[in-house]
Design a protein around this ligand. Structure first.
Ligand code: SF4
Ligand code: SF4
Ligand code: SF4
Length: 516
């Protein structure tokens, strides 16, 4: 047995144990991309660097074995910086979008590519469930949103953007289900002042999360500007009622006809554990409620929406006037995160933001690569968009036009996860121009070489499973790439092991294609 210290903690490990494994035994997770439990170490990514406490030297923990009396530090500023630099170098030549550009452009951050895949597969209920995770009022927004997502859509490079807004409307109109059951009520109560799009969305997500929410509004019926400012030909009242009732049916209590003044606001603050102000464009009366304001509206933290008054949050037009209802609806979702964090005793930070690799516009040569997963026909247009909306068949046809610009491995990608944890900047070492990407479809997987970090796991895995061709390092030095030897296709190279290898790849370079 060998006795070592990991961050000062003494442990005993069997002889021959690596420092990486010893750290794990001590309960410390050291990051690694090229290490694979089944294959062992390869020592190429260098993210598992740790420090020898005796001399301050950094070394890769995956390939160094523990020795008697060793003392190791697994994280400090220097180690953090070294890992961050390692990630930034990997990202500097990484060409891929984690999230589709449409999702990035959507103020509510809706997972549009996945919605399109679900619609294309005829899974409308699942599509509604997905959409409602981010957008509390899809049928409403499907009629009034100016669709910034469509402005960012890569399909525009081919012909016209995917008709995302109409697809979302279709999903909202298609069924009346309540896709989420609210959690059982906890002991906390939240007041939301203002039942416009921001307040409705906030109330919805808080109630779903088990907070008894009371929604106050000066009008007798909820809806705010959605009811007063939009013509019924554009947004029919029955659609607005239907969607508002899905929100109220979660258990939200609506208190209409309540014009809240300074005294009433003080009482609300006393009665409730948290308060959200969603009153719309700020009027002078509200400026006296005690929080810091500026010329545009209430001042609030841009991530958490916390105001200068503890326990009071502000969203929507009360921050600054905007005609973009989707922004208000998105803020309603985000503030629910902050309020939940605040009520759990945490510092409110809002919805967690994940790392997002982005590469910008498509090169001309890349269009054909993206079309491999799509259909060539033009946008399914409607003669009378306002009144008709898509039929099931039209919606499926339109959804199939999506190019699936998001990365299929977004939920399992270790590179994305670590880049977020180490706050890596993709641009720091990036060259001015980038390489042109290709997509190779084979069996049930897709291989995107420009997302590869050359960790060698696929090479070692195909060799271990005795693939006839397998994957191999091709070329030398900086120009080395991972591919199939003898110019064989990916199909031939991964004849028996496509899925095994895709699952082992630490990035989305090799991923399973048909993940909805
Ligand atoms: S491989 Fe990872 S980091 Fe790259 S685009 Fe995909 S999810 Fe993002
Ligand atoms: S083609 Fe699809 S995934 Fe790509 S940006 Fe447009 S809607 Fe989003
Ligand atoms: S394709 Fe192979 S070498 Fe590239 S990241 Fe995936 S497993 Fe590693």
């Amino acid at each position: 047995m060998v006795h070592i210290k990991i961050n000062g903690l003494e442990i005993e490990v069997t002889e021959g144990t690596s420092v990486l494994k010893a750290a794990e035994i001590a309960g410390v997770k050291v990051p690694a991309l090229c290490f694979n439990e089944e294959l062992g170490h390869f020592t190429s990514c260098m993210l598992c660097l740790v420090k020898d406490a005796a001399n301050g030297r950094l070394f890769p923990s995956c390939s160094v074995t523990t020795t008697e009396g060793m003392s190791v530090i697994t994280d400090d500023e220097e180690i953090h910086e070294a890992r961050q630099t390692g990630l930034e170098l990997l990202l500097s030549e990484h060409v891929g979008d984690c999230e589709g550009p449409c999702q990035v452009a959507c103020p509510a951050h809706m997972d549009i590519p996945r919605m399109n895949r679900l619609i294309a597969a005829g899974k409308f209920e699942a599509a509604l469930k997905l959409v409602k995770k981010d957008i509390a009022l899809p049928a409403v927004l499907g009629r009034i949103c100016p669709a910034p997502c469509e402005g960012a859509c890569h399909r525009k490079t081919v012909d016209a953007s995917v008709s995302i807004c109409l697809l979302k409307r279709f999903v909202g109109d298609e069924n009346n289900l309540h896709p989420y059951e609210p959690l059982p009520l906890n002991s906390k109560k939240v007041a939301v002042i203002g039942a416009g799009p921001a307040g409705l969305a906030a109330a919805y997500y808080l109630q779903l999360n088990g907070y008894q929410t009371v929604l106050y509004d000066k009008n007798d019926v909820p809806g705010g500007l959605l009811r007063t400012e939009i013509k019924p030909e554009v947004l029919p009242l029955n659609i607005l009622h239907k969607e508002i009732s899905t929100i109220l049916n979660t258990g939200v209590v609506f208190e209409g006809g309540k014009d809240i003044d300074e005294i009433a606001f003080k009482n609300i603050k006393i009665q409730y554990d948290a308060v959200i102000v969603a009153t719309g464009t700020l009027v002078d009366e509200i400026r006296n409620w005690g929080f810091t304001t500026n010329a545009k509206g209430i001042e609030a933290n841009q991530n958490s929406y916390a105001t200068s008054v503890t326990g009071v949050f502000a969203i929507g037009n009360s921050l600054r006037s905007s005609r973009l209802a989707v922004r208000s609806v998105g803020q309603g979702k985000e503030v629910a995160w902050s309020v939940a964090q605040y009520l759990s005793g945490e510092v409110p930070k809002g919805e967690p933001r994940l790392f997002n690799s982005r590469f910008g516009r498509l090169h001309k040569e890349e269009i054909s690569e993206y079309l491999k997963e799509s259909v060539p026909y033009e946008r399914v247009s409607l003669a009378d968009i306002q009144s008709k909306g898509y039929t099931k068949e039209e919606a499926i046809q339109e959804a199939k036009r999506c190019l699936h610009c998001d990365c299929r491995d977004i939920e399992n990608c270790k590179l994305r996860d670590l880049s977020g944890k180490y706050d890596a900047n993709q641009r720091r070492y990036a060259a001015d121009s980038r390489k042109t990407m290709t997509k190779h479809f084979a069996h049930s997987i897709v291989y995107e070489p420009l997302k590869c970090i050359k960790c060698g796991i696929c090479v070692r895995m195909t060799s271990k499973y005795q693939e006839k061709y397998g994957f191999s390092f091709i070329g030398r030095g900086f120009d080395v790439v991972i591919g199939v030897p003898f110019n064989e296709s990916v199909e031939t190279g991964l004849a028996e092991t496509a899925e095994i290898v895709a699952k082992a790849c630490p990035t989305g370079a090799l991923s399973i294609k048909d993940k909805l």
